[in-house]
Ligand binder design. Structure first.
Ligand code: ATP
Length: 388
């Protein structure tokens, strides 16, 4: 098939509407003028981001060639912004569809279909020596024909890299609720970290939210390390099958060596429930508002929420409880006061070293004396900047 040439240069694209906003970028639906084609364009602000990882994301997206991985047509720099031109995925991401129309999660056959697509994409990535490192519903895109693609390679890493990127493979990256224990511990983790995040994503799609999402990110990390792995509940999740429950349990084994590979997992009986793209269209896409309309609705809701949160966090701060926000002084204040409910760890080895994207090193320690006296692991946290 003849490959189309997507032109570089912002003058070749007409931005129609905002369809998504990530932590470091805004995504637009746009028209490629010379080709008269609808595309999605992710625009990243270069001065706010780590150039290395941005270049890597653009490069990875251009090189991937798999029906379940989001590809980039081209990328270019315009006025300090990096533009990544990609195929437009008309239904947006699974998270947004779920938040707007399926707040309590999807039915099992839909989940199996979505997850099979993701797993095929992961199998390809792992086979080519890449780890995704940010598998979650927010990074699973759906097209109008029900096609599923894993996106957002912003934090992916190559298993074959040496030097700087090899170091970044040991770094603390991803999103707290979906992070594998070995990633939090900064062990030399591999592609099995994606299988953990995949298991968490399965629970997210089943319940409408990731496990522990109600906790502060710092607390989530601590629970991932200390508490039993999450899973489907025999009593409250009766509508789901045993094979779904077992598949999730296999992914959420704390020992990465015991987790199956993507290739192995694809053979699990749970994926026999997966259906075609048509099924996704019928079950979740029919009658959905457009991504643009949903994005506008979400931006309005988010702005409302931010305003409310600003007020709440000021109130919480006044009470001595503050959120995980990596403001050094705030974090120090928070951590010196923090005690996790119900944690009763008394082990002498209770020291956890956490690093956030190479900028800060956070050392969380359990105060053993307190742990023994109060039957509570009192958590102390110190934070050092790495770029000094
Ligand atoms: N090709 C696309 N077609 C349609 N919608 C898209 C496309 N790419 C991204 N989006 C929408 O934009 C949102 C943000 O995109 P993306 O996750 O790539 O940004 P990000 O800055 O990397 O986010 P984060 O770092 O917070 O995960 C997605 O959740 C999705 O709703």
């Amino acid at each position: 098939m003849e490959r189309k040439n997507y032109p570089v240069g912002s003058e070749n694209y007409h931005l129609v509407e905002e369809i998504g906003r990530g932590s470091s970028s805004t995504v637009f639906r746009a028209i490629c003028k010379p080709l008269h084609e609808t595309v999605a364009i992710k625009i990243l602000y270069l001065d706010q981001n780590d150039l290395g990882s941005i270049a890597y994301e653009a490069q990875t997206m251009m090189l991937v060639d798999h029906p379940n991985l989001q590809k980039a047509h081209c990328s270019f720099v315009s006025d300090h912004y990096l533009w990544i031109v990609m195929p437009f995925m008309a239904a947006g991401c699974c998270l947004r569809i779920m938040k707007s129309d399926f707040p309590n999660g999807y039915e099992e056959a839909v989940i199996a279909t979505i997850l099979r697509g993701v797993l095929r994409g992961l199998e390809y990535m792992h086979h080519h020596g890449d780890i995704h490192r940010d598998v979650k519903a927010g990074n699973i895109l759906v097209d109008s024909d029900g096609a599923i693609k894993l996106s957002d390679f912003g934090v992916s890493a190559s298993l074959f890299d040496a030097g700087d990127r090899q170091c970044s493979r040991n770094a603390f990256v991803g999103t707290p609720c979906w992070m594998a224990p070995e990633v939090i511990m900064e062990q030399n983790y591999g592609y099995k970290a994606d299988i953990w995040s995949f298991g968490i994503t399965a629970l997210e799609l089943a319940h409408g939210h990731a496990p522990s999402s109600e906790f502060l990110p710092s607390e989530v990390l601590y629970r991932t390390l200390r508490a039993a792995s999450p899973g489907l509940d025999h009593k409250t999740d009766k509508k789901f099958s045993n094979s779904f429950m077992k598949m999730i349990d296999m992914c959420l084994n704390k020992d990465p060596c015991e987790r199956p590979s993507a290739q192995h997992l694809l053979k699990h009986s749970f994926f026999k429930k997966a259906r075609s793209g048509d099924y996704i269209v019928r079950k979740i896409l029919t009658g959905l508002p457009t991504v643009g309309d949903r994005a506008t609705e979400i931006v309005v809701k988010e702005e409302d929420l931010v305003a409310k949160k600003r007020k709440i966090s000021q109130d919480e701060y006044n009470e001595g409880i503050i959120a995980w926000n990596f403001e050094v002084e705030d974090l120090k204040t928070w951590s010196s006061q923090q005690v996790l409910d119900g944690e009763a760890s008394t082990s002498c080895k209770d020291q956890v070293v956490v690093q956030q994207r190479g900028r800060f090193t956070v050392v969380i320690e359990i105060d053993e004396h307190n742990a023994q006296c109060q039957k509570l692991g009192k958590k102390k946290c110190s934070l050092n900047r790495n770029d000094k």
